[in-house]
Design a protein around this ligand. Structure first.
Ligand code: HEM
Length: 158
């Protein structure tokens, strides 16, 4: 249940982040915040770079959610191998996106880099979607006889 909720929240966060990223790109405000990792006013949001500031803040929150999800999936004994691999790839993609975000700004929105940034975002989304699918499968799974046997009350032998 925790895995299902966590993966769904993370997926929603990645989706919203990609939506904001698309808006940053389409409205041409990608360089309004020319420094990295913080904008010129530090943690203070200012109107001249509010959209880019929003993209970075949501990116930081999303990356944290991805890492927490990966931690949960790896530590969980019931999560299948495929789910673990997908969440590890998602964490690598999140790390890659943050580094690439910096390079995109340093290289002043080089077209190839922005395209890779979009592609890696898609990889991240796909991996979390796989984790969500696995978590639904796990939640639907009925306990097997061996699982339920531990729940039975012990019988007294006469
Ligand atoms: C998990 C993290 C991130 C995801 C999933 C993500 C996703 C995206 C997406 C989907 C776009 C739109 C690309 C396009 O339409 O071609 C975008 C644009 C952009 N992102 Fe990110 N992003 C992330 C983190 C960051 C970070 C940390 C930074 C900078 C510090 C950053 C800087 C930018 C910039 C500057 C653009 C606009 C590029 C342009 O104007 O064409 N991103 N992002």
């Amino acid at each position: 249940m925790i895995l299902k909720t966590l993966t769904l929240i993370t997926l929603a966060s990645v989706f919203i982040l990609m939506f904001i990223g698309g808006y940053v790109s389409a409205s041409g405000v990608g360089l309004t915040c020319p420094r990295w990792p913080l904008c010129p006013a530090g943690f203070v949001p200012m109107q001249e770079f509010i959209i880019e500031y929003f993209h970075r803040s949501v990116a930081a929150t999303t990356a944290l959610l991805v890492f927490i999800t990966t931690g949960f999936v790896i530590r969980s004994r019931i999560s299948p191998r495929g789910m673990k691999i997908a969440s590890i790839i998602a964490s690598c993609a999140a790390l890659g996106q943050i580094s690439l975000g910096a390079i995109v700004i340093i290289e002043r929105l080089h077209a190839v880099l922005v395209t890779i940034h979009l592609a890696l975002g898609l990889v991240l989304f796909a991996m979390i979607l796989i984790a969500v699918a696995y978590s639904f499968k796990l939640a639907d799974k009925k306990p097997t006889t061996s699982d339920s046997s531990s729940l039975r009350t012990p019988t007294t032998s006469s």
